[in-house]
Write a protein that binds this ligand. Structure first.
Ligand code: Z15
Length: 829
């Protein structure tokens, strides 16, 4: 009584009791309120899209509650947190994910249905958040789901691109790129933090001054922009833990450059400030070829600097010195893209906070760790010294100093062997000097990891061999995983319910190893029957979609043979097409009696080619022309259909993966760092046709040799085969098929020449000719297995049953324990 603060709190608590309950009526009320008050439509008349918006907003309210609780809890606990820095987060849709993880899906379904809307239809209204290219970006998204679900303290940091990955359309069978201006329909999932902003500087010059006996550096930039925070709540499954994905948008800086407003050219001054926004405008659609574009480096520095300033500000709220910064902060670099964070943290600690270099370096090396996703050193980024000198002059100085101190240290170990030192040097000498970002990250990180067992070995033996020799303790393996929440539980509801029924528990949703419990029923006719029923249902859904987009009618009795991933030479979609042509050709030469023995197939291919990647675009055109020809061939009929699914993205993957019988992961051995869709397919009971690359090898080990179709060269043979490829004689069929393409069987003689040349003996870098026979044999083995329904179904069940190891929760735990040093913790109430 009489304590106003207490009364105020009581009042607030009482009010909390009045809203945001999760019964159907409360949810209904909140949806309708949002229709009326947030999107300002009439509650008596709103369409499916408006229903989505209102529903999303009502879910958002609930997310914000748990987000706030979570932030408060970790502030109070002062727990160590991991910050996952990534240029890409390929999130896909959020609505189903959110209500599923919050455990309120049934209530929402009923609430909407009573209002005359169908949850499944409403969910489809959402645009994908496509802030990533492929595997690397989707992995980041899976990590967030897992970190939240397992109650870790974690944040993601990235860029709020206005344009996500381009949308792919087909015109006359050619890929065309459409801008993905995804924010123009509004984004209910983000919370704009207009007051969380940081200045980000570029260009200018550095001055050295002696202050009280120490040299200090003052960077006077020429350009300054502001980074504004947008928070995206990430709810864990069946836990109150909602973590944060903070994305930065570039805005003109408020204060800087005021003098230009006195020049009289007011309008142009405004327009030039507006250019700041270009920094966060667009996601680069080719993640693997390093182009050396200034804007890309600006993007990297922009988001990394904002994130580090933010992390340090938060740390300073609780601590007066940086002594135990590394006890509270772990920063994971997702590939080399955020590596400029190394000199940036040094700059912030030394130039801004006034720490000694040695102290700052000690902190830096305890904070950073890096994941490498590529197989060959050539794809690691190198920024020219010239560009760095212009754009980030102070950082270049810091990099030089890091390198000098590092080389001094290694000289003590390896002596003055110049070539050896040159290989270790962070600076690549030569006509055009450049900074090797991988080396910089490695020198500054306490740990570096690859993404599958084989890949991590390759890093030690090849990519970073010289570093492995001096820093063997830094190297680890962390085999990738995927979240079984999105990739099983809610993209495949039929299988989800069946698993829960047969295992007698839902616990597999957070403990995927429990799936091994299925093994004992793999031959059970009742499970087999139910299994195939669910699979047929999923296939029917996909067949409907395929007919709608392409007009091609496909039978769900046919085997759905799928290859969906970015189009790239090393992934060898061309090998797939060649065998499709071969199959068509065989069928055409068959007698009617022989034809009755053919296993009908629907070959589904999808994926985007980087806009400047001509060969990849030609592969797409080849798929579509081959499809056109085969699909209309009366001799072939329903025995073979070929469909290119345009605009492959996260949402389409959710439709395609549960409906696939066979999926292809056929990169040249050792050339795929890990692969993650292979794990999604396996979980969903799809069989793999695979080479010995990345995580295929580990999948084979888990599910057993008899449940996977493996072919092709061994990883350790690839170097030799490449060296000898000029002498290699590919089989007759291979030449014949290439000849068919060359001679215009699929039109466009001219256009496909360059593509055909890539597999000419001396050129065939990815060894298509070499692996062709073995590939055809594996394809025959697939057909043979498919006709034995009992056997195929058992293989399918065994795939799902053996996929437990590929839950990202396993991966996350390994990072947490062996790299980040963080433990799960959760509010007790
Ligand atoms: C990317 O998506 C991957 C590697 C890269 O170097 C870049 Cl720049 C982008 C992929 C790998 O190709 C794939 O094998 C791996 O599963 C994925 O990253 C996640 O680690």
């Amino acid at each position: 009584v009489g304590n106003p603060e207490l009364q105020r709190r009581r009042r607030l608590m009482w009010l909390m009791d009045q809203y945001l309950k999760n019964d159907v009526l409360s949810i209904q009320k909140s949806i309708v309120d949002h229709v009326e008050y947030t999107i300002a439509r009439s509650r008596f008349k709103f369409d499916d899209f408006e229903a989505y918006k209102a529903t999303a907003n009502s879910v958002r309210d609930r997310l914000i509650e748990s987000w706030n609780d979570n932030q408060q809890f970790h502030r109070d606990m002062d727990s160590k947190r991991v910050y996952y820095l990534s240029m890409e987060f390929l999130m896909g849709r959020s609505l189903l994910n959110s209500i599923f993880n919050l455990g309120i899906k049934e209530q929402y379904a009923q609430a909407l249905s009573e209002l005359g809307y169908n949850l499944e239809v409403v969910v489809e209204q959402e645009r994908d958040a496509a802030l990533g290219n492929g595997g690397l970006g989707r992995l980041a998204a899976c990590f967030l789901d897992s970190l939240a679900t397992m109650n870790y303290s974690a944040w993601g940091y990235g860029i709020r691109y206005q344009y996500g990955l381009f949308r792919q359309t087909l015109q006359d069978g050619f890929q065309h790129e459409q801008p993905d201006y995804w924010l123009n329909v509004g984004n209910p999932w983000e919370i704009e933090r207009v007051h969380v902003t940081y200045p980000i500087s570029f260009y200018g010059k550095v001055e050295e001054k002696w202050v009280e006996g120490t040299k200090t550096f003052t960077w006077t930039p020429d350009e300054m922009v502001e980074a504004v925070a947008y928070d995206n709540p990430i709810p864990g499954y069946n836990t109150g833990n909602t973590i944060n994905l903070r994305l930065w948008a570039a805005k003109p800086s408020g204060e800087f450059d005021l003098q230009s407003f006195n020049t009289g050219d007011y309008v142009n001054a405004i327009l030039s400030k507006q250019r700041a926004e270009t920094i966060s405008n667009v996601l680069y659609p080719d993640d693997r070829t390093y182009q050396g574009k200034e804007l890309r480096l600006k993007q990297q520095y922009f988001f990394v600097s904002a994130s580090l300033q933010d992390i340090m500000r938060r740390f300073k709220d609780h601590h007066s010195t940086f002594d135990n910064f590394a006890d509270k902060v772990a920063v994971q670099l997702n590939d080399t893209h955020p590596t400029i964070g190394v000199p940036e943290l040094m700059r912030l600690l030394v130039d801004v906070e006034g720490l000694q270099w040695a102290k700052a370096w000690d902190i830096t090396t305890k904070v950073f760790s890096i994941t490498i996703h590529s197989v060959v050193a050539e794809t690691l980024e190198k920024w020219s010294v010239e560009l760095l000198q212009t754009l980030l002059p102070r950082h270049l100085q810091i990099i030089f100093k890091i390198n000098a101190m590092f080389l001094e240290e290694v000289k003590n170990k390896i002596g003055n062997d110049y070539d050896h030192l040159a290989r270790l040097s962070i600076i690549e000498e030569g006509e055009k000097k450049s900074v090797k970002m991988g080396s910089l990250a490695l020198v500054a990180s306490h740990t570096v990891n690859g993404v599958s067992k084989l890949h991590s070995e390759l890093l030690k033996e090849r990519v970073f061999k010289d570093f492995y020799d001096i820093f063997p303790h830094k190297f680890q393996n962390k085999t990738n995983g995927v979240t079984q929440r999105r990739w099983l539980a809610f993209c495949n509801p039929g299988l989800r319910d069946m698993l829960t029924k047969w295992l007698g528990t839902e616990a597999w949703i957070t403990n995927l190893d429990l799936l091994t419990g299925l093994r004992q029923y793999a031959s059970d006719p009742i499970l087999q029957k139910e299994w195939n029923l669910v699979r047929r249902h999923n296939k029917a859904r996909l067949a409907t979609y395929i007919e709608a987009i392409s007009g091609v009618k496909v039978s769900i009795d046919a085997m759905f043979d799928v290859q969906v991933k970015r189009i790239h030479q090393y992934k060898r979609q061309l090998l797939n097409v060649l065998s499709i042509i071969h199959r068509a050709d065989c069928i055409k030469n068959m007698s009617p009696a022989e034809k009755t023995k053919v296993v009908p197939r629907v070959c589904i291919i999808g994926g985007k080619a980087a806009p400047g990647y001509e060969i990849a675009k030609k592969i797409i055109k080849l798929v579509t022309t081959v499809g056109e020809k085969i699909n209309n061939d009366k001799d072939i009929g329903n025995l073979l259909k070929v469909v290119f699914v345009p605009d492959y993205n996260v949402s389409l993957a959710e439709l395609i993966i549960p409906a696939s019988d066979l999926s292809q992961h056929i990169s040249t051995a050792g050339n795929e760092a890990s692969g993650t869709s292979n794990m999604k397919f396996t979980m969903n009971g799809c069989l793999l046709l695979a080479t010995l690359s990345g995580s295929n090898i580990e999948i084979q080990k888990e599910i057993g040799d008899e449940n996977i179709f493996v072919f092709g060269a061994k990883p350790e043979e690839v170097d030799r085969l490449r060296a000898e490829r000029r002498q290699f004689q590919p089989p007759q069929e291979f030449h014949r098929i290439i000849g068919m393409i060359r001679n215009g069987k699929f039109g466009d003689t001219e256009y496909f020449q360059e593509l055909c040349q890539t597999v000419d003996g001396g050129n065939d870098f990815y060894l298509l000719g070499n692996d062709f026979s073995s590939y055809l044999e594996a394809q025959a083995a697939v057909d043979e297995a498919y006709v034995d329904r009992e056997r195929w179904t058992r293989m399918s069940i065994m795939s799902t049953a053996g996929s437990g190891n590929f839950s990202i929760d396993r991966t996350t735990c390994e990072y947490a324990e062996n790299i980040w040093g963080i433990k799960p913790c959760q509010p007790t109430s």
